[in-house]
Write a protein that binds this ligand. Structure first.
Ligand code: FES
Length: 122
């Protein structure tokens, strides 16, 4: 299937929100979920690990990170912004080229083939 170009509709239960089926995210790709008015980039790695990080790239001012390229930089799982190519750690949200910039990360997990994330303070 084609990666979603727009934020995916969500269903909320408690603090967690179901954003899509795991199979809706291609391995090593991201999607953008809209949760509580926040755009959140959700990535699935080839080994099925999931990461969720703010979709907004503060260096370019654009909501683009779900379309960034995921990879490994010095042992750190990162997404590269499609605009200026800054790399953000998917574990910590820290920008590797400017560690004063830290993006919000969110708990995310797969349950019964569905991807859930928590947009609360965790
Ligand atoms: S996991 Fe939801 S608030 Fe911490």
């Amino acid at each position: 299937m084609i990666p979603h170009p727009h934020p995916i509709a969500s269903v909320t239960s408690g603090g967690w929100t179901r954003v899509c089926a795991l199979d809706d995210i291609w391995p090593d790709m991201g999607v953008c979920a809209l949760v509580d008015g926040q755009q959140i980039a959700v990535f699935r790695l080839a080994d099925d690990r999931l990461f969720a990080i703010a979709n907004h790239d503060p260096h370019s001012g654009a909501n683009v990170l779900s379309r960034g390229i995921v990879g490994d930089l010095g042992g750190e799982v990162v997404v590269a912004s499609p605009i200026y190519k800054h790399h953000y750690s998917l574990n910590t949200g820290i920008c590797l080229e400017d560690d004063t910039t830290v993006l919000t990360t969110f708990p995310v997990q797969a349950r019964d083939g569905q991807v859930w994330l928590c947009a609360g303070q965790g």
